[in-house]
Design a protein around this ligand. Sequence first.
Ligand SMILES: [Zn+2]
Length: 94
Amino acid sequence: MPKLKCRCENVIDLSPVPCPNERFLIGSMEMENVFDALDENASSAETILETQTQSVIVCDRCGRFYLSKDDDSNEYAVLVPEAAATNDVTEAID
Ligand SMILES: [Zn+2]
C-alpha cells in the first residue's frame, strides 16, 4: 500500500484509485490540444492526458503540494503554502 508521509506528519494513502489527494497539472498548450482532440478523436485526448500531466499529491492537513519528479517516482518537489498573513490573493500585472 503506497503511502506518503507529509512533513506535517500526516500520512496520505496513495492506494485508492482515484486518489482523493491526487491532482494533475497540465500546461495550457497541452490542454488546448486536449480540447482539440475531444472534437476529433477522444482516444487521442486520453493519450495526451496520460502523457502530458504531472501528478501532484496535496496534503489535506497542511496544504503542501508534492509534485512527482517522474512517472512512478517516489521523489517529489515540495511546495509549501505561504503563511496566512502573506497568503492574500495578488492581482496579475497588466
Ligand atoms: Zn501536510
